[in-house]
Design a protein around this ligand. Structure first.
Ligand SMILES: Cc1cc2nc3c(=O)[nH]c(=O)nc-3n(C[C@H](O)[C@H](O)[C@H](O)COP(=O)(O)OP(=O)(O)OC[C@H]3O[C@@H](n4cnc5c(N)ncnc54)[C@H](O)[C@@H]3O)c2cc1C
Length: 315
């Protein structure tokens, strides 16, 4: 009983500190949200606080003050690559979705904040006659989310066009060269606790019509091979470097398309997509199904599939 009371009073003190920090910086603070509202899989439990800074400077100060007060936080963009469990998540979500000032184009370069929509940026760049990211058009996340995991599609990866990146350091916006970051397959050397605020991309000029054509081609390829209008987080697992067969094909060959666990289903269209269905779908359903896939692949192919989706625990 004593432990519960101590925890309650700790949370009350923390909540007062969060309120005061948010008010002081003029940052919108919301309570009572769930991951089910903030992620594309539409599942996941309650979040204590969602704080939404609107400028890079405000965001840098915000996370600095949270850290100074020992308050745990995590960044979230569009939530299109996160599976958060069904428990109560006792930390602050710093939502980057309001950090979405218009891109600034300067010759071949574009400076962009972390919360800007990646598909929108691809369209903007194409209109400016700038190539290098048109293949990323169908990735439904923010620029920050794409930078965090080096998002890629159709032979392009965002890391290859980043010139500099802006991160939060000691309450300020710090700009560093992209060469200080390791850009690997769906992974970078950014560490947890690093807040990405924006980047300058260096693109190359091309005919706007040719860029638009390539963008359309990638889009229609996506439409024919991936489920649309469904609740998913894209590919659940990475392709295994040791296997010449893509993970989707491997899962398909095991006959798992359409396999259901509660409100989670292996997409009949693309076996590396887990989709959720219905009001009662739980994160636990998606996780149970994902683990079943991993076990089958391990048993049949001896491969340990690595998650591409991020699993967030409330524990
Ligand atoms: C239908 C569909 C298709 C997809 N296709 C692809 C594809 O072709 N290629 C591909 O690479 N991905 C794909 N994805 C996955 C996903 O869209 C990408 O990973 C995207 O880049 C995630 O961006 P986000 O803003 O949604 O990030 P979130 O899901 O919000 O966050 C993902 C991770 O990034 C971190 N993060 C987000 N913003 C920041 C920031 N500003 N600073 C620090 N950390 C941050 C979060 O903390 C989290 O760890 C697809 C997803 C869906 C639903």
């Amino acid at each position: 009983m004593m432990v519960v009371e101590d925890r309650d009073s700790e949370l009350t003190q923390r909540d007062a500190a969060i309120e005061s920090i948010a008010t002081g910086l003029g940052v919108r603070a919301e309570r009572g949200k769930k991951f089910a509202e903030l992620t594309s899989l539409r599942v996941g439990g309650a979040i204590d606080w969602v704080l939404s800074p609107q400028t890079e400077e405000q965001a840098a100060k915000l996370v600095y003050e949270l850290e100074q007060n020992g308050i745990a936080w995590r960044p979230l963009g569009s939530g299109s690559n996160v599976l958060a469990d069904d428990g109560e998540h006792h930390y602050v979500i710093v939502s980057l979705k309001e950090l979405k000032a218009d891109p600034i184009f300067d010759a071949n370069r574009v400076s962009i904040s972390a919360g800007y929509s990646l598909p929108r940026l691809c369209v903007d760049a194409a209109r400016q006659g700038l190539s290098g990211i048109e293949g990323l058009n169908g990735i439904p996340g923010t620029v920050g989310g794409a930078l965090w995991m080096n998002a890629g599609a159709y032979g392009q990866e965002i890391g290859t066009v980043v010139e500099t990146i802006r991160v939060a350091r000691d309450g300020r916006v710090h700009e560093m060269p992209a060469s200080e970051v390791q850009w690997n397959y769906r992974h970078t050397s950014f560490r947890e606790g690093e807040l990405l605020l924006g980047a300058t991309l260096r693109l190359h000029p091309d005919d706007p019509n040719s860029i638009a054509e390539r963008m359309e081609k990638a889009k229609s390829q996506r439409m024919t091979t991936q489920p649309h209008g469904t609740r998913s987080a894209g590919c659940f697992f990475k392709n295994a470097p040791s296997s010449p067969i893509g993970t989707g094909k491997m899962i398909d060959d095991l006959g798992m398309k359409g396999t259901r666990r509660g409100g989670a289903v292996v997409s009949p269209k693309h076996a590396n997509f887990i989709v959720t269905e219905g009001e009662d779908a739980k994160a636990a359903d998606a996780l149970a199904l994902a683990e079943e896939i991993r076990e089958r692949v391990k048993r049949e192919h001896g491969i340990d599939l690595e998650y591409e989706v991020e699993l967030w625990s409330s524990k």
